[in-house]
Structure formats: structure tokens, C-alpha cells
Design a protein around this ligand. Structure first.
Ligand SMILES: *[C@@H]1O[C@H](CO)[C@@H](O)[C@H](O)[C@H]1NC(C)=O
Ligand SMILES: *[C@@H]1O[C@H](CO)[C@@H](O)[C@H](O)[C@H]1NC(C)=O
Ligand SMILES: *[C@@H]1O[C@H](CO)[C@@H](O)[C@H](O)[C@H]1NC(C)=O
Ligand SMILES: *[C@@H]1O[C@H](CO)[C@@H](O)[C@H](O)[C@H]1NC(C)=O
Ligand SMILES: *[C@@H]1O[C@H](CO)[C@@H](O)[C@H](O)[C@H]1NC(C)=O
Ligand SMILES: *[C@@H]1O[C@H](CO)[C@@H](O)[C@H](O)[C@H]1NC(C)=O
Ligand SMILES: *[C@@H]1O[C@H](CO)[C@@H](O)[C@H](O)[C@H]1NC(C)=O
Ligand SMILES: *[C@@H]1O[C@H](CO)[C@@H](O)[C@H](O)[C@H]1NC(C)=O
Ligand SMILES: *[C@@H]1O[C@H](CO)[C@@H](O)[C@H](O)[C@H]1NC(C)=O
Ligand SMILES: *[C@@H]1O[C@H](CO)[C@@H](O)[C@H](O)[C@H]1NC(C)=O
Length: 837
């Protein structure tokens, strides 16, 4: 009897040790084995060293794989203690973090004398303090720091904080990111046409990677954000975190890996985060990511060890009341967000914008938009946050004392210009005379040639035009001509990633498609160079560029017209009326043609082109259902230099699902990234389903993953599009296509075949090996690139919600990004609107 009771007692003690924490317990940083774990050891509360530069600071944190999801006292005073610290669960029921001796309380749960008798970390990662009858009197889920994990409910009373930044949910369902509790630099709201009245909204991270909004007035949760790996298999924890750089991200971490990968970010453009570079700091992009600097040599870094702390004037303005001047910053803006926005905005020319600030004693800086609106923003508060990039269509001014001293790189440029300007007078005279002589000779020659052939000037011009067509050189149109040809841009054919497409009838009666490019902030010369590259790229499976127009702000491209529309209309359209359905032979030829077109871009033409946006929408079909790849070469056009982070990622927003994993990991984008996208398209051609679709039919898994499982089982018929079921089909081709698609969507770029190889595999020239699982290396790939502490190097990628599958039980409401508060963001926002359909 006694033995039995001892055994029972031991069992109870053991279970208590595993989960429950009794009053009187203490955690110490010095003992790295001391931790309070959840019953199945997924989460634990212990002291962690999170500051790599200071080995003597410890944080009492709940962690998953050593990734902290909650830190005691983080939002009050940082919560750092040294090796003499302790976390005590006192007998009066209070949980206290102390530093040094026990009277130095860093943080407390404030639950003393309220009947708390038990603490525990549960399997969801929640630290709960309970009284005798099991009621929770305090929990870490109700007092979040910077992270939300699945099963944690985030309501309007909660706030995530990270330094000066905070994240809140508003009772209208808006998600807001704030700087210093005042400036709203990100506000993503419910689509107003959804017209919902929320009573007590709460945000939850679903384990499969969807951030959803719950409310009693909603029958189904609204899906706000999809992580890029949503519904992927594996023991993955997905969590929402407000990072120290002010960006809100979703991370994935595979159990046991100890690493985390970014799967979504609220702001694609890190430089749009207010105050990212501190006061007077200027954010820009270098090869590795966002970087902070000072506006000019009139400023110096506040903290030489941390460029994000901002800059200060070398000479204070108060020391030169009458000698203040304006420093001019080209292609720069000072971020303006509400509630600041309404303060001082007016329409004024660029010099008026400068002058108004100079004479206004309260003004420290101004920004003049060069986007045609002529808006001028006067900055009165003493905190200004700068952004400089060659693509920004704005000029800014900053009040300084004394003469402006531009940053070195700018200085060297102006010196060069001056040198160039100082050409001796006699050289100029000689050049002028020589040019004049040359012109006279040329004209004389022309006249002689015309008379000799006894032809009129008109025929000369038409011959010239003929020559242009024949040589494949692009024809230059005037904007007026294209306006006439499109009947004033009336008949819209569609809206692609780079702007709307209109039907046009050219002077020679041929029908063409005119693409009105949006957001090209590029110089005339570069534009012409890119147009030359695109138009010199001829292939049966590429849409041909006929001409272009570059006039003032207008940039248009004229393409050959495709009678049938894009591939997606045939694959996914609900109305598969007669003729709309592509048979297998057509599909296979389209797959092969597309592969040949991309191969040409990658391997055979002079300037190799990475397409960057292969998707069914960009594969057009002519009257014979020949595949023609469109929109190639444009990624480069819209994205002149190294601003890949900004422009391209915002451009690819709506087309996730086709994006190779390296986009998310901020790795180099190569032709293998196109191979990945092609693989997804190929799978869609076979299955007739979007690769990211999740439905009952796909066993509630992402279509591409489900397809691989069926493939492993040898169940090819299940993968095949049901609409083809009553047709005669070459199963050998189908199997080849399926195998090729899985090779193309391998996580590791090196494992993917080249496009040339893809063509050969499809043609059956190659024996195809059994492809490994596309995501076999889940976690190991992305995880190797990003680790827990390197937030500043994180990619600034954002993916938007994909088109929901019709059979999904989730209700999806479009959230619109409003990170682009200023008109300056014309580029990314217009892309956004056109991309998400
Ligand atoms: C705790 O530290 C404070 C100052 O840090 C000191 O005044 C106090 O005497 C110390 N108490 C004990 C018990 O050591
Ligand atoms: C631990 O428990 C949680 C919640 O019940 C569950 O989601 C998770 O898979 C479990 N982990 C392990 C390793 O059993
Ligand atoms: C525990 O707390 C709940 C709610 O605060 C209260 O109703 C209950 O009486 C408490 N139980 C004990 C044993 O204190
Ligand atoms: C943040 O706001 C407070 C007032 O709410 C103000 O005193 C403080 O100066 C602000 N911080 C910065 C860096 O401007
Ligand atoms: C909610 O967000 C939208 C932008 O998505 C914005 O237009 C609206 O003003 C916001 N509402 C509030 C109350 O902040
Ligand atoms: C929401 O509430 C407002 C006023 O509270 C009311 O006018 C409106 O009709 C409500 N909308 C819906 C969809 O219930
Ligand atoms: C880019 O900026 C970051 C942050 O300031 C810096 O650490 C890095 O060295 C810079 N890289 C280059 C190539 O200049
Ligand atoms: C900057 O770092 C150096 C060496 O790491 C250190 O000696 C110096 O005190 C730091 N300066 C500041 C202002 O923190
Ligand atoms: C203003 O500039 C003039 C000449 O540039 C100089 O003589 C004068 O001392 C300056 N005044 C102040 C207050 O710095
Ligand atoms: C808002 O929702 C309507 C219908 O639900 C949809 O047609 C529209 O495109 C959505 N707008 C945005 C900006 O998401």
C-alpha cells in the first residue's frame, strides 16, 4: 500500500515537473539546463543570450527551437539581465524577473496575492498563471511582446512592440504599423466593398500559414495574408513578428532546425519604414539591401557604430540664423505619412518648394514631387526620414548652415562633369565646322541620289520604312499616332504586369497590341537600348515587338496581335465552352513551344534575358494555338540597376505560386528561377489547376505537393485534368511532362535542369530519372540563408493573397496595401492593382 502510494506520488511529481511550475520555483541564467518546458517540449521558458555583442546579457524568453516568441519585460525596459538575474515564481503568486539582488525587479506579472497557485507553459507556447480553480489570471498570449504564434488571439487591446515601432489591430479590421505611437507608415484595411461591421475583431495565425481575421459578425474568417509556404507539409511553426527594423513578417521554422525563413513581409520596400535610418538618416539600397547614410557631409552619424541611429548637423541651425541654405537632394524624398500628411501640402514648382522652406522658420525640409502633380511637402517636425533612389521622381531640400557639401560619390560626378565642360574653345569651333560640312555633304548626296533615281521624297521615306521592317528594327511611333491607332486607348485587351494593353489598328491596317508602360522612370537612352534588345530577339515562340513610342512621360510598346488570348483563360476559365478546351496534343505543343521560347531567351540570343515572370498569363496563343511568350525583357526595363529588392519584388506581388524560392531568400535570380516558374506552368497545363490551389480534390494540400504524392503512387490519371478524361491521350507524353515539371520545381536551383535540357526531355530525347520530392529539403535551403539574428539582411519580400480556390471554405477579402501613401509610389501601386486580379 505504502509502495503504491509512493509510486503514485512519484508519478505525480514527475508529471508536475514536466509541465506545471509551483510557487517557489526559480530559473537562473547561470544554469543553462534550467528551463520550464511545455508537456511535449515544443516550447520552453528559459534564459537566452540573444545579444551576440554582449555575452553577459540574458533574457527570460519562451522559445521554440531557441527562437524567442515572448520575452519577459521586453516592452517595458528591454528585459535584459546579467548572470546574476533570476526569474522567480514567488509564493504570493507573482512572477518576477530580477537583476542582481531580489529588490531590483526588472519585470513582474503583477499577480501577487490574487490566488495564483500554478504556472505552466502549454503546448501552444502560452505561459499561464492559474488560480486554484484553474482560471487563468495572467498569460503571455494576453501580454505579447513582438510575436504572434498559432492559437494566440490578437485583439484590438493588444499591441506588438519592437523598439520605437508597434503593430495594432483596429476595430475596423485595419492592420496598422506605427512609429513612436504616432506616424502610421503601414495601414492595410478591409476592402470597403466587403462592407463588414466588426464587433470584436481578432487576428490569428493559422498553423497552415494564413493570417486570418475573426469576428462574431463574420460567418467565416477573412484571410488577410498568405505566407508563401502556406499549406506546405511538415512540422512547421509559422509566426508573425514585428522586427526591430519596423517591418512585420511571417516566418516559418521547421521543428528542430533552429532556423527561420521569411515567408511574407508587410512592406516590400524597407526604405518605406518611417525612421528606419533615424532622424535625418537617408535610406537607400546597395547590393546587399537597405543601407543608411547621411544626406551630405554637412551631417555626421549620431552613433558611428550604428548607422540606423540617424545623423546630426555638424553646425546647428541656431548658430546661423541668417545664413541658412538649402541642401538639394536629387531623387530623394522625405517620408510623409498620416497624421503628418495633412500638415503642409500644396502645389508649387520645385524652386518655390525650396524657397518656401527656406523662409519658413519652422520648416526643416521639403520634398517636391516630379511626377506631374507638382506637389510640395513641407516638413515641420524635427524628425525627418529620408529615402534616396535613382527611381524616385522627386527632389528634396534640407535646411543646413553654410554651403552644402555633397556626399563624395556625388562630388566626383560633378568634378567629372566640370572637366568635361572645360573643353578648349578651338576644339568646339572645329567640331561645329566639321559637322556643318558633313551635313552639307550628306544632304547634297541625298539630293543627288533622289534625282538620279527620279523618285519623290515620299517614296524615299517609304523605302526607308520598308528597310526598317525588313531589318527587324523597331518602328518609332509618335504618341499621337498610337492614340489614333487605339482610338484614344479605348479597347482594352487586358492589364498585364507592366501596364494596360490596348487593341490598335496601325496605318498599314494590321492589328497590333499596344502596351502602355507604367512606372518607367528610366532615361530615354536606356529605354531605347532595352527596346533594341527586345526587338532583336526573334523566335517563333516569342511575341514580336513591332515598335515603340518614347515621348515625354509616355513609354509604349507595340506588339504583334495574338488572336487567341493567354493560356490561363483556356486552363482555368470556368466556361469551357466548345473550342475553349485545349486537347492534350495542343497542350503538349504549347508546353514544348513555351520551353523553346524560354530556351531561346536563356541560351541562344545575344544578350541573355531572364524573364522573371513566367506564368500562364504571359503565354499568349496565336490563331494556330502556337505558344508565344510575352513580356520578356521588361523586368530589366522597369528595374534599371540594382533595385531588385524594390521594384521587382513589388512587381511580382500577385504572381506568387510561380516564384522560385530564391526570390524569398534574397538570393541571385538566375535563369534557373525561370525554370522553376516554367515547371509550375507545365504542371498546370497537365492538371488544369493552379499550382497553389488548395481544395478537397487536392486533399486540402497545395496542388503541386498533392500532385507529387499522386505521382509517387503512380496515379497519373488523378493528376491529369478531368476535362480531358474522354479524350485520346498519349500517356507517355503525360508522364514525361509530369516528371519534367517536378524536376523544374526543385527547391535547389542547381538540381533544376536548364531550359535546353527541358526541351530535350519533353521531346523524349533523354531518359528522365525519377524526380525527387520538390520540397524534400524543406527548411534546410531557406534556413541556411537566414538565421534568427540577421534581421537587417532579410529580404524585403511580400507576397499577396493568391486567388482563392472556389472550393475553399475560407472567405477571402482583398486587403489593400497603403504603404504607398504618397503619389511617388505610383509605380509599385499601379503594378499592384494590375497584378492582383
Ligand atoms: C540590493 O541592491 C541595492 C542597490 O543595488 C542595495 O541598496 C541593497 O542593499 C541590496 N540588497 C541586498 C539584500 O543585497
Ligand atoms: C505538441 O503539442 C502541440 C499542441 O497539441 C502539437 O501541435 C504539436 O504537434 C506537439 N508537438 C510534438 C512534438 O508532439
Ligand atoms: C479563480 O478566478 C476566478 C475568476 O477570477 C474566480 O471566479 C474563482 O473564484 C477563482 N478561484 C479561486 C480558487 O480563487
Ligand atoms: C516620440 O513621441 C514622444 C511624445 O509622444 C516625443 O516626446 C518623442 O520625442 C518622440 N520621439 C522621437 C524620436 O521623436
Ligand atoms: C484603413 O485602411 C485603409 C487603407 O487600406 C485606409 O484607407 C483607411 O483610412 C483606414 N482606416 C482607418 C480608420 O485608419
Ligand atoms: C454598419 O454600421 C453602420 C452604422 O453603425 C450602418 O450604417 C451600416 O448599415 C452597417 N453595415 C452593415 C453591413 O451592417
Ligand atoms: C550595404 O549596406 C550594409 C548596411 O549599411 C553594409 O553592411 C554593407 O557592407 C553594404 N554593402 C556594400 C556592398 O556596400
Ligand atoms: C563603437 O565600437 C567600439 C569598438 O567596438 C567601441 O570601442 C566604442 O566605444 C563604440 N562607440 C560607441 C559610441 O558605442
Ligand atoms: C554669414 O555669412 C557671412 C559671409 O558668408 C559671414 O560673414 C557671417 O559671419 C555669417 N553669419 C553667421 C551668423 O554665421
Ligand atoms: C473588393 O472586393 C470586391 C468584391 O469582393 C472585388 O471585386 C474588388 O476587386 C476588391 N477590391 C480590392 C482592392 O481588393
Amino acid at each position: 500500500m505504502k509502495l503504491i502510494s509512493i509510486i503514485i506520488f512519484t508519478v505525480i511529481v514527475i508529471t508536475i515537473q514536466a509541465a506545471d511550475i509551483l510557487p517557489g520555483s526559480t530559473l537562473l541564467p547561470s544554469n543553462s539546463n534550467s528551463k520550464w518546458s511545455s508537456p511535449n517540449n515544443t516550447f520552453s521558458l528559459s534564459f537566452l543570450q540573444l545579444d551576440p555583442t554582449n555575452q553577459n546579457t540574458y533574457f527570460a524568453a519562451i522559445s521554440y527551437n531557441n527562437i524567442p516568441i515572448w520575452i519577459a519585460g521586453a516592452n517595458i525596459n528591454g528585459g535584459a539581465v546579467d548572470s546574476s538575474g533570476a526569474l522567480r515564481f514567488l509564493t504570493n503568486g507573482d512572477l518576477q524577473l530580477t537583476n542582481g539582488n531580489s529588490s531590483d525587479v526588472v519585470w513582474s506579472s503583477r499577480t501577487a496575492n490574487r490566488g495564483v497557485s500554478l504556472a505552466l507553459v502549454d503546448d501552444n507556447g502560452n505561459l499561464v498563471l492559474r488560480n486554484g480553480s484553474g482560471s487563468s489570471l495572467w498569460s503571455s498570449f494576453d501580454n505579447p511582446t513582438d510575436t504572434i504564434v498559432p492559437s494566440q488571439s490578437f485583439s484590438i487591446d493588444h499591441v506588438l512592440r519592437s523598439g520605437v515601432y508597434s503593430f495594432r489591430l483596429r476595430n475596423n479590421g485595419n492592420l496598422s504599423l506605427l512609429w513612436n505611437n504616432s506616424i502610421i507608415y503601414y495601414n492595410s484595411g478591409l476592402n470597403s466593398s466587403a462592407n463588414v461591421n466588426l464587433t470584436s475583431p481578432s487576428l490569428r495565425m493559422q498553423p497552415i500559414g494564413i493570417l486570418s481575421l475573426f469576428d462574431p459578425s463574420l460567418s467565416n474568417p477573412l484571410n488577410v495574408v498568405y505566407s508563401s509556404d502556406y499549406a506546405d507539409e511538415g512540422n512547421i511553426l509559422r509566426f508573425l513578428k514585428l522586427d526591430a527594423d519596423g517591418n512585420l513578417r511571417i516566418y516559418s521554422s521547421t521543428q528542430g532546425s533552429g532556423t527561420q525563413s521569411v515567408r511574407w513581409a508587410a512592406l516590400t520596400d524597407q526604405c518605406q519604414v518611417f525612421g528606419y535610418c533615424g532622424n535625418f538618416g537617408v535610406c537607400s539600397y546597395n547590393e546587399t539591401g537597405p543601407a543608411c547614410g547621411c544626406p551630405s557631409l554637412n551631417f555626421e552619424l549620431t552613433d558611428l557604430n550604428d548607422s540606423r541611429k540617424g545623423c546630426k548637423r555638424k553646425v546647428d541651425l541656431s548658430n546661423c540664423p541668417s545664413n541658412a541654405t538649402m541642401l538639394q537632394l536629387d531623387h530623394a524624398k522625405f517620408l510623409t505619412y498620416p497624421p503628418e500628411l495633412s500638415e503642409q501640402i500644396f502645389s508649387a514648382g520645385i524652386s518655390a518648394c525650396r524657397f518656401n522652406c527656406l523662409v519658413n522658420g519652422a520648416c526643416v525640409a521639403s520634398t517636391s514631387l516630379a511626377d506631374g502633380t507638382g506637389m510640395c511637402y513641407i516638413k515641420q517636425p524635427n524628425f525627418v526620414s529620408g529615402y534616396q533612389a535613382s527611381t524616385l521622381p522627386s527632389t528634396s531640400f534640407l535646411k543646413i548652415c553654410g554651403p552644402s557639401m555633397p556626399n563624395p560619390s556625388v562630388v566626383s560626378e560633378t568634378v567629372q562633369e566640370k572637366k568635361r565642360g572645360r573643353v578648349p574653345g578651338w576644339v568646339v569651333a572645329l567640331v561645329v565646322v566639321a559637322s556643318l560640312l558633313g551635313l552639307i555633304l550628306l544632304e547634297g548626296g541625298l539630293w543627288w541620289w533622289c534625282f538620279r533615281n527620279n523618285s519623290k521624297f515620299a517614296s524615299l521615306s517609304s523605302q526607308y520604312a520598308l528597310l526598317e521592317y525588313a531589318s527587324g528594327a523597331p518602328v518609332q511611333f509618335t504618341f499621337k499616332e498610337l492614340q489614333r491607332a487605339t482610338k484614344g486607348f479605348k479597347e482594352k485587351l487586358g492589364a498585364g504586369g507592366f501596364g494596360a494593353v490596348y487593341r490598335a489598328v496601325l496605318a498599314n491596317r494590321s492589328v497590333a497590341a499596344v502596351k502602355q508602360l507604367e512606372g518607367i522612370e528610366q532615361g530615354e537612352k536606356q529605354f531605347r537600348m532595352e527596346v533594341a534588345t527586345i526587338s532583336s530577339t526573334h523566335h517563333l515562340n516569342l511575341v514580336r515587338l513591332i515598335g515603340f513610342c518614347s515621348e515625354g512621360r509616355h513609354r509604349l510598346l507595340v506588339y504583334e496581335f495574338m488572336k487567341n488570348c493567354s493560356l490561363d483563360k483556356f486552363l482555368f476559365s470556368e466556361d469551357h465552352l466548345s473550342g475553349r478546351l485545349l486537347n492534350w496534343e495542343q497542350r503538349f505543343n504549347i508546353a514544348l513551344g513555351t520551353a523553346r521560347g524560354i530556351t531561346y531567351l536563356h541560351e541562344e540570343c545575344r544578350d541573355c534575358i531572364v524573364h522573371c515572370d513566367i506564368k500562364p498569363e504571359n503565354i499568349l496563343l496565336d490563331e494556330n494555338y502556337t505558344a508565344k511568350v510575352s513580356d520578356f525583357g521588361l523586368a530589366k526595363l522597369i528595374n534599371p540597376k540594382d533595385h531588385r529588392h524594390r521594384t521587382l519584388t513589388s512587381h511580382v506581388r500577385g504572381t506568387r505560386g510561380y516564384l522560385a524560392p530564391e526570390w524569398l531568400a534574397n538570393l541571385p535570380i538566375t535563369s534557373k528561377s525561370d525554370v522553376y516558374s516554367y515547371g509550375m506552368v507545365l504542371l498546370e497545363i497537365v492538371s488544369g489547376k493552379r499550382n497553389f490551389e488548395v481544395s478537397e480534390e487536392t486533399n486540402r494540400k497545395k496542388c503541386s505537393l498533392w500532385a507529387y504524392e499522386e505521382f509517387e503512387r503512380g496515379n497519373m490519371e488523378a493528376i491529369m485534368d478531368k476535362k480531358l478524361s474522354n479524350q485520346e491521350i498519349d500517356m507517355e507524353q503525360v508522364i514525361r511532362a509530369i516528371q519534367v515539371s517536378f524536376w523544374c520545381i526543385q527547391e535547389q536551383p542547381s538540381q533544376r535542369p536548364t531550359m535546353g535540357k527541358v526541351v530535350q526531355m519533353l521531346e523524349g530525347i533523354f531518359e528522365i530519372d525519377q524526380p525527387p520530392a520538390p520540397r524534400a529539403a524543406e527548411g534546410s535551403f531557406a534556413g541556411a540563408i537566414l538565421n534568427a539574428s540577421s534581421t537587417s539582411a532579410l529580404s524585403t519580400f511580400a507576397a499577396s493573397a493568391p486567388a482563392p480556390s472556389s472550393s475553399s471554405s475560407f472567405q477571402t477579402v482583398g486587403f489593400q496595401s497603403s504603404a504607398s501613401a504618397m503619389n511617388v509610389e505610383r509605380q509599385s501601386s499601379s503594378l499592384l492593382h494590375s497584378e492582383i486580379k
